[in-house]
Ligand binder design. Structure first.
Ligand code: ATP
Length: 403
């Protein structure tokens, strides 16, 4: 039996790792493949702010799922102290005494192998397979392989194939700027975003695809319009444009659910609904949407709150909350209701004036149908009316249509 072993920090595992294992598997036809994330890599320290061992193991499992016959092992994560490869190989040799162990590594690891703890033991317990991390290193690899063969009697197989030139370090640097997704297996990327590892923020094209999948098709243009409007408002008022887009993309993510489904979600996420929310189905999706967006996509608190308050509004909203609330109200697909033109103008002239007007319009609309408006909307309108008074600015002129 032949077992292919691949050790590393896998912080996170990426397509370079996957390409390397696939190439080795095709060439060496192992019976088993093990990815072995290191607890404390001896040759390098884990980057500050690295995820917990369990997260790296989970990501290694997701990466292993991309490769037939591959499994992620937690043996190094369970051991204390530095993760010496020689210890791992001894343990595996005990567990599989008849197996041929092949240790797969990239160029950097091959070149530094002699400085590892107990290199002789490593090279006697396992043969080595090398896959270049970047093109142009063939000569250096062949030289090193020859030296190891001669000095240690090592078996070294140099694999050929096109490398994926990327490192976990580069990916960690890209993720907070919404980049780097193209270097990661889908499952690993989704996990990173869900748990917001490495300060990651989602690629918005990726997020749109997932968020639109949660909507009724007829609602997609509205969400697209809300995103476009939120971006424009964020630019106008100096907010983070991509955060505004993220909140807008997700703001209606539970809108298509039935009342019962909303209530089940509220229960799942421990949301306590008040009487008014329980009586108004339309109010539920802002509460459940914020919780679902946090659960599926790890949205941080300021984005969660923008989703949370996009229907009722509240007194003292943040800039992002106001932007998402107003974008939802005035986006280009909206038409045919009294006050819309005035609100569109106000949203770009004076945010407090726009919030006050939106509050008045919303209260009038709810009351016109005989329903009781939510206290948060009543308070929001009163709050922004007060703010206008303090600034000595008259409210935007608008009279509700006669009913
Ligand atoms: P970091 O950037 O955090 O140092 P890394 O990208 O080098 O991480 P590791 O998890 O430390 O990844 O590497 C595990 C193994 O994968 C090592 O043998 C390494 O040489 C190899 N490796 C890493 N990146 C590539 C790549 N792009 N192509 C082929 N092998 C790679």
């Amino acid at each position: 039996m032949r077992i292919l072993l691949y050790g590393g920090s896998f912080n996170p595992p990426h397509l370079g790792h996957i390409r390397s294992v696939r190439t080795a598997a095709a060439a060496l036809k192992p019976d088993k493949i093990f990815l072995i994330p290191a607890a404390t890599p001896p040759h390098k320290t884990l980057a500050a702010g690295s995820p917990a061992a369990e997260d790296r193991l989970e990501m290694a499992k997701l990466a292993a799922g991309e490769i037939p016959g591959c499994e992620a092992l937690d043996m190094e994560l369970r051991r204390t102290g530095p993760s010496y490869t020689s210890d791992t190989l001894r343990q595996l040799h005990e567990r599989y005494p008849a197996a041929e162990l092949v240790f797969l590594m990239g160029t950097d690891m091959l070149l530094s192998l002699e400085s590892w703890h107990e290199p002789e033991a490593i090279l006697s317990l396992a043969s080595v397979a090398v896959f270049a991390r970047e093109a142009g290193r063939e000569k250096r690899i062949e030289e090193k392989a020859a030296a190891l063969r001669e000095k240690y009697g090592a078996t070294v197989t140099v694999l050929t194939g096109e490398p994926v030139t990327v490192s976990s370090t580069l990916i960690r640097r890209l993720l907070p700027t919404r980049e780097g997704r193209e270097y990661l297996p889908d499952g690993v990327y989704a996990y990173i975003i869900r748990h917001r590892l490495y300060g990651a923020r989602p690629d918005l094209a990726w997020l749109r695809e997932r968020a639109y999948g949660l909507l009724k098709p007829k609602r997609v243009p509205h969400v697209q319009g809300t995103e476009a409007e939120a971006r424009k408002l964020a630019e106008r008022w100096g907010a983070d444009v991509s955060d505004a887009a993220e909140a807008a993309i997700l703001h209606d993510c539970t809108k298509k659910l039935t009342r019962d489904e909303q209530l089940r979600l509220a229960d799942k996420y421990g949301i306590i609904l008040d009487k008014c929310e329980l009586e108004n189905e339309k109010l539920l999706h802002a509460r459940t949407g914020a919780a679902l967006a946090a659960d599926l996509f790890g949205v941080p608190e300021h984005i969660r709150d923008a989703i949370r308050w996009h229907t009722t509004a509240r007194a003292g909203m943040t800039l992002l909350e106001k932007i998402v609330y107003l974008a939802d109200y005035i986006e280009p697909c909206r038409e045919g209701f009294s006050g819309l033109a005035e609100l569109r103008k106000a949203a770009y002239e004076d945010l407090d004036g726009a919030m006050e007007l939106a509050g008045r319009m919303s209260l009038a609309e709810v009351r016109s149908t005989g329903r009781q408006p939510h206290d948060n909307t009543v308070n929001a309108q009163a709050y922004y009316a007060r703010k206008l008074k303090e600034k000595n600015v008259p409210p935007v002129a608008w009279t509700p249509d006669e009913i």
